[in-house]
Design a protein around this ligand. Structure first.
Ligand code: MUC
Ligand code: MG
Length: 366
């Protein structure tokens, strides 16, 4: 079996309401559908969600790096030759979302060709995952109403609260309102998307020390090298790396520097292959992980769920798999559904992705 063509199709689907956070906002899912075709007729599918403010990639850059640089190097390779494939992709630095989508699509091909779901090939630990929902910036009362609606409708009881605004008291008050409305049974953690300084982060986390937060993700910039170490050493809750830990080398640096105590793994930026390497690195070092979300659509969330369900350490915590609930539409022919706070993994071979071609024709931008 050989890869014989790769398509990168830009599409755009609006959100009902934009997700707002310290480093930006996402009003429209301007993503790229990646299709890797083989000479056997098997097609691997994935979704690339570029995040310009996080990695510098855009819909246009993902498309052009795939069309112009990656596709010519991968065509002719066996999809099973993942080490050769990544060796070629890694000649180019950066572009994590474009590389990840190719990796996810290749795993979809491998699963289909063996007749097995990718989640079983990866590890097969469980068949469903607990879901965490992200609450974006809004006045505190709206954030509470959103969390209550999501809990009431989908049974989700874990919430990641976006923080990083100034003054910090605004976010402290929003988290306090959420804890008081949701009660002690809800699991809460915060994500600062690099919005605060290390000292602001310490002030805010100390002010929230009584709220029982599970952890705090990326409160201050990745380049605040000593500030981050200082913070991780005195924070009342564990500090998790996200934007600062996008590949195994960064994960190693942050953990060995004592600047992070846990790691967010996102299949949208490390695919399955490198997500697995990050996970095993964390396991080896005795560090906790969370399966994060890059404001993915349903295709991306399906990949996050397949990964989270595959391993015991990734299924300990709720995984961030619900951003698609805010999209006005999606490309999956059979939509995902969250019930009792859980998302089941697909049992079909590969990733179980079937694209609604009419919707794709409607939303594609080329
Ligand atoms: C997150 O965890 O930060 C927002 C930006 C991004 O790259 O991912 C999302 C969620
Ligand atoms: Mg984050």
């Amino acid at each position: 079996m050989k890869i014989d063509s790769i398509e990168a199709i830009p599409f755009a689907i609006p959100y009902r309401k934009p997700l707002r956070f310290a480093s930006g906002e996402v009003p429209v899912a301007e993503h790229v559908l990646v299709r890797v075709r083989t000479d056997t007729g098997i097609v691997g599918t994935a979704e690339a969600p570029p995040r310009p403010f996080t990695y510098g990639e855009t819909q246009g850059s993902v498309r052009s790096v795939i069309d112009g640089i990656f596709a010519p190097q991968l065509i002719g390779l066996s999809p099973l030759a993942r080490e050769r494939l990544h060796h070629r992709l890694n000649r180019t630095v950066g572009n994590p979302v474009a590389k990840a989508a190719l990796d996810l699509a290749v795993w979809d091909i491998i699963g289909q060709s063996c007749g097995l779901p990718v989640t079983e090939l990866l590890g097969g630990y469980t068949d469903r995952v607990r879901v965490a929902h992200m609450i974006g910036f809004a006045p505190a009362a709206e954030m509470v109403a959103e969390a209550e609606r999501i809990r009431g409708t989908y049974g989700i009881t874990t919430f990641k609260v976006k923080v990083g605004r100034r003054p910090v008291e605004q976010d402290v008050a929003a988290c306090r309102a959420l804890r008081s409305a949701l009660g002690p049974g809800a699991e809460l953690y915060v994500d600062g998307n690099r919005g605060w300084t290390a000292s602001e982060s310490a002030r805010a986390l100390n002010a929230m020390a009584d709220l029982g937060l599970a952890f705090a993700e990326e409160p201050c910039p990745a380049d605040d090298v000593l500030g981050r170490r200082w913070l991780a050493g005195r924070s009342p809750v564990p500090i998790f790396g996200d934007e600062s830990t996008t590949r195994p080398a960064e994960v190693t640096r942050e953990l060995l520097a004592g600047s992070a105590n846990g790691i967010s793994i996102k299949t949208a930026r490390t695919g399955f292959t490198y997500s697995q390497r990050v996970l095993h690195l964390c396991e080896g070092l005795g560090v906790e992980v969370v399966v994060g979300n890059q404001v993915d659509g349903q295709l991306g969330s399906l990949c996050g769920a397949a990964f989270a369900a595959a391993f015991e350490p990734t299924s300990r915590r709720a995984a961030e798999l619900s951003n698609f609930l805010d999209l006005t539409d999606d490309l999956l022919a059979e939509p995902l559904s969250i019930t009792d706070g859980q998302l089941p993994v697909r049992e079909a071979p590969g990733l179980g992705i079937e694209i609604d071609e009419e919707k794709l024709a409607h939303y594609r931008q080329d």
